[in-house]
Design a protein around this ligand. Structure first.
Ligand SMILES: [Mn+2]
Length: 328
């Protein structure tokens, strides 16, 4: 923590990058650092491989540059990658190595970080929590802009202070951020209750097609590219579909297969206690113990059948069998 703070003080120009398909924690971490570093008189910008979700209205979001291809930092720019390892920044990834200095701040399991300076702590509920600690270490005044972003990030990654990562420390930080003028109702509504009608119709379809196995412990649904088109829903903005599969009372493991582009399947895993990070990693993805994902190329039905069979065996045996232990 002290070393990161020292490094952030040393350099003057920063580019802050989050992961592809940014979520509230990724965006909150970016914005918190951005406003904090600006307060210290640093020159700073934020870039994203993918567009920013429309439902959020946090201060500074409009400053994030959407760079779908050919990101090229200036020779004196230091890169800060938050809420992922540098490889998961999408189209930004190739350019990242050209920066002057690379800092990686994250809380995802399964990687040790990459860069000149790395801070990865999987025990933290959100990268926004880590950023909060860094800003405190730097002596930054947590103003309303910073507080809104970090609070939003924490709300996102704790499911609104409901998941197992909601520690008393997280609540204390949440309380401190509320004292800085955050509007908790606005943030909660933007994250959890501001869906386009097209999504709600798609959700109706998805719920209607839920499947289950292993005495209801395994619940899943597949949504094809044609389904997304039919409901006029943006496939990329629907990763939270998996939360609904998890709501079934018997669910141990929920899986949603989204064909976001023809032949490109995003698999989302959620669990109540089983370690689904292992499952995701088995298919080339990663994430957290109870929330993870993977991207698999192939035919939707074939991919779904293979993943569900692996998940089925995993639930029954409590481990991934050798036979299934090939990389994808
Ligand atoms: Mn996160």
């Amino acid at each position: 923590m002290k070393q990161i703070a020292a490094a952030l003080k040393e350099y003057d120009n920063y580019v802050i990058v989050g992961h592809e398909h940014p979520d509230p924690d990724s965006l909150g971490s970016m914005l918190g650092l951005y406003f904090g570093l600006k307060q210290l008189g640093k020159s700073c910008r934020m870039v994203s491989a993918d567009p920013i979700p429309q439902n959020l209205s946090w201060p500074g979001l409009k400053c994030i540059e959407h760079i779908p291809t050919d990101f090229e930092p200036a020779h004196d720019e230091c890169i800060i990658v938050v809420d992922c390892e540098p490889a998961r920044t999408g189209s930004i990834a190739p350019g990242i190595q050209k920066g002057k200095y690379l800092i990686n701040i994250d809380h995802h399991r399964g990687h040790r970080g990459t860069g000149d300076m790395v801070y990865v702590d999987p025990s933290e509920a959100a990268t926004s929590v880590i950023v909060y600690r860094i800003l405190k270490e730097l002596g930054v005044q947590i103003d309303r802009n910073i507080a809104t972003a970090l609070y939003g990030g924490i709300v996102g990654d704790t499911g609104g202070f409901r998941y197992a990562n909601t520690t008393s420390e997280v609540l204390r930080i949440g309380a401190a951020l509320l004292d800085c003028g955050v509007e908790p109702d606005t943030i909660a509504r933007e994250i959890f209750a501001s869906q386009p009608l097209s999504f709600m119709k798609l959700l109706g379809f998805a719920l209607d097609n839920l499947q289950q196995d292993v005495d209801g412990k395994l619940v899943w649904v597949t949504v094809s590219y044609d389904d997304f088109k039919r409901f006029n829903a943006d496939p990329v903005q629907t990763d939270h579909l998996v939360q609904y599969a998890r709501m079934v009372d018997t669910t141990e493991v929920a899986v949603v297969f989204r064909e976001v582009e023809p032949g490109e399947i995003r698999v989302g895993f959620r669990a109540n206690s089983v370690d689904v990070e292992q499952l995701a990693r088995h298919f080339g993805g990663g994430g957290h113990r109870l929330a993870s994902g993977a991207k698999i190329m192939g035919d939707l039905d074939t991919v779904a059948r293979e993943v569900i069979e692996t998940a089925r065996q995993y639930l029954i045996r409590g481990e991934l069998s050798e036979r299934n232990h090939k990389r994808h």
